[in-house]
Design a protein around this ligand. Structure first.
Ligand code: ZN
Length: 89
C-alpha cells in the first residue's frame, strides 16, 4: 500500500521540517500520512505529511483536489507511456 495512515506520533512531517527553521515548534509536527513513491525514478522514496500539509499537497492551484492516489496513478501512467515510446524507437 503506497499511502497509509500513520498510527504512531513519532514521525515528523517532512514538509514542515523543510518549511520551518531549526528550533521552530512546527519542525516537529507529527505526520499523519506516509506516501511511498511507486515510480521507477523515485521508487521506495517515502514522504511524511501532517494533515494540513497533506491537504495543501492535494489541492491544485485552481482549487481542484488531486489526491495522492491520483498523483501516483498519473506518474505511473506517464512513465508507462514514456517507456512505450522508448521501446518503439
Ligand atoms: Zn506538515
Amino acid at each position: 500500500m503506497p499511502i497509509r495512515k500513520l498510527q504512531s506520533k513519532s514521525i515528523w512531517c517532512d514538509v514542515c521540517k523543510l518549511a520551518y527553521a531549526k528550533g521552530h515548534a512546527r519542525q516537529q509536527t507529527p505526520a499523519v500520512w506516509q506516501v511511498m513513491s511507486e515510480t521507477q525514478k523515485h521508487k521506495g522514496r517515502v514522504r511524511h505529511y501532517c494533515q494540513p500539509c497533506a491537504n495543501e499537497a492535494q489541492l491544485w492551484h485552481d482549487g481542484t483536489v488531486w489526491t495522492f492516489r491520483q498523483q501516483l496513478d498519473y506518474a505511473l501512467g506517464k512513465e508507462a507511456i514514456d517507456g512505450m515510446e522508448l521501446g518503439q524507437l
